[in-house]
Write a protein that binds this ligand. Structure first.
Ligand SMILES: NC(=O)C[C@H](N)C(=O)O
Length: 506
């Protein structure tokens, strides 16, 4: 293998930022038109051979024949591999997993399975790989096994496709918010506010504090209890009073002990606050338009067609492609139905289905209930908004509904919504925020908080136990009606695409 390097070094050295040698006069393609990655090369279908093509990538598999080795090359840019035909005497070191640089002619392929292939004249191994010990193999490997290799798993073509998809979704979300004049902000990850008791928190302590004992006390690192954020919402509300409409995409942490894909201890959450509005519909419209924007932005993209393609190494614990395609189509449906929680309960009570949890007004909806609603109301493809949940099962910050809105049902509700999608159930939600000081204090007291609003601004550093007084302050000085939305795991569209919504990075 080392013998290969000196032989090709002269021919393959970079002449600038490009990885290609300037083509000779006889070449048809000019430097600027030559694609620079596997995806680009696969889309490049000249009718005649193009010489002096160079490509960097990783060997996905090798089929050795007497005179040639057929190398499947990938570089993370494409689910499909590029076929490189390497003369046997140049194939030393081209083993599965190796990082290589290949040079040769890009020619229409005689074989089946690909329109073009690279007839390699120069091959360099830039990062060798011992095929005998490389744990990622072309054959099927169970998700359980692959989960033990989080540092290598992204190299699996399907997984790198999911990561590219996430990148494109984030770009599309950014363009959506940008074009709607929302300001992107970044809220603290380490925070003294544990939001609304949205989930169990991770308490941040230093190793010193952890090792402390009565005989060996440690000086606290922070002056008060600090947690890994469970939601950016409260901080975002403060920022919206300074900037107007704001959004963030932030890592979020919940200490929930669970192996289901729906309960992750670390995930990304998109949150947006819309200021100067008293209309829950406006907040729902924002969420609906945001998802439709992403769906239409990406619908013709290569990455979506790859995710929906039935070929490749799709693991059997992923939803079938037809199901994912259906979810995708659902996002582009015209009007997403909106029903109240009370209507949802009525539908559930009337349903001829043996639910394991009896639906009853005042209780939260279980996944089986949400599935039923999404199928019945959303007809199995359209997302459905369920609004106005009972106040007692929702967090303190949600704005109280108008009691007299439905005289036949004078039960306390809050102005909120959950977005249910077929099969996946709740992927997003939001609410109007209680912007009236006295109502907020009352709501906090009824939930066991002990707010102590002061005359001046709350100095949270001096009030270690009263971590939400600053939140009350927001209501004391210029708090317009406002509301917000959230979506968990937006880069994978709430996990709808990489169904096992797990981290693909170490
Ligand atoms: N921004 C939000 O409305 C998210 C909400 N705080 C939650 O954690 O569920």
């Amino acid at each position: 293998m080392s013998a290969l390097l000196p032989r090709v070094r002269g021919a393959l050295h970079r002449t600038g930022p490009s990885r290609f040698i300037v083509p000779s006069i006889s070449s048809r393609a000019s430097l600027s038109t030559l694609p620079s990655n596997v995806s680009g090369l696969l889309d490049f279908k000249p009718s005649e051979a193009v010489e002096n093509v160079k490509i960097d990538g990783y060997v996905r598999s090798v089929r050795a024949q007497k005179r040639h080795h057929f190398v499947a090359l990938g570089d993370g840019s494409s689910l499909e591999s590029l076929q490189a035909v390497v003369p046997a005497d140049q194939a030393e070191g081209l083993t599965i997993g190796a990082a290589v640089r290949l040079g040769g002619s890009w020619v229409p392929s005689q074989g089946r399975g690909q329109s073009h292939e690279l007839q390699v004249s120069q091959a360099a191994v830039l990062g060798p790989s011992d095929a005998k010990t490389f744990p990622i193999q072309k054959k099927y490997q169970t998700p359980e096994f692959l989960r033990t290799l989080p540092h290598l798993r992204p190299r699996i073509p399907f997984n790198s496709t999911v990561l590219r998809f996430r990148s494109e979704v984030i770009a599309s979300l950014t363009s959506f918010f940008n074009s709607h004049q929302f300001i992107q902000t970044h809220t603290p990850i380490l925070t003294a506010s544990d939001c609304e008791g949205a989930g169990e928190v991770f308490h941040i302590v230093t190793e010193n504090e952890q090792r402390a004992s009565p005989t060996n006390p440690a000086k606290p690192f922070f002056r008060r209890d600090v947690y890994a954020t469970v939601s950016s919402q409260l901080h975002l509300e403060a920022l919206s009073q300074a900037l107007g409409n704001v959004w963030t995409l932030s890592p979020t942490f919940r200490a929930e002990q669970s192996d289901t894909p729906r309960h992750l201890s670390e995930f990304y959450m998109l949150e947006a606050e819309l200021s100067f509005t008293d209309s829950p519909s406006a907040v729902m419209d924002l969420l609906e338009n945001m998802l439709k924007h992403v769906a239409s932005d990406l619908s013709d993209s290569k990455v979506v067609s790859e995710l929906l393609s039935p070929v490749g190494d799709r693991s059997p614990d992923l939803a079938p492609t037809e199901q994912v395609a259906q979810r995708w189509r659902g996002l582009t449906q015209d009007m997403w139905p909106r029903i109240t929680y009370t209507e949802a309960i009525e539908l559930l009570e009337a349903a001829d289905v043996p639910f394991s949890h009896k639906p009853s007004w005042g209780k939260d909806l279980h996944t089986e209930h949400e599935k039923y609603i999404a199928t019945k109301v959303g007809k199995g493809y359209s997302p459905v908004f369920v609004t106005d949940y009972p106040r007692d099962i929702k967090p303190f910050y949600m704005k109280a509904g108008e009691k007299d809105r439905d005289v036949s049902s004078p039960r306390d509700t809050v102005e909120c919504f959950d977005l249910l999608v077929p099969e996946f159930c709740e992927i997003a939600g939001g609410s109007m925020r209680e912007h009236r000081l006295e109502y907020l204090i009352e709501s906090m007291r009824s939930r066991g908080f002990n707010p102590t609003p002061s005359e001046g601004a709350s100095n949270s550093l001096q009030q270690p136990d009263n971590r939400l007084d600053w939140y009350l302050d927001l209501r004391r000085w210029g708090c317009p009606p406002h509301g917000g939305q959230y979506m968990t795991q937006p880069p994978s569209l709430g996990g709808m695409v990489d169904v096992i919504a797990e981290r693909l990075t170490p």
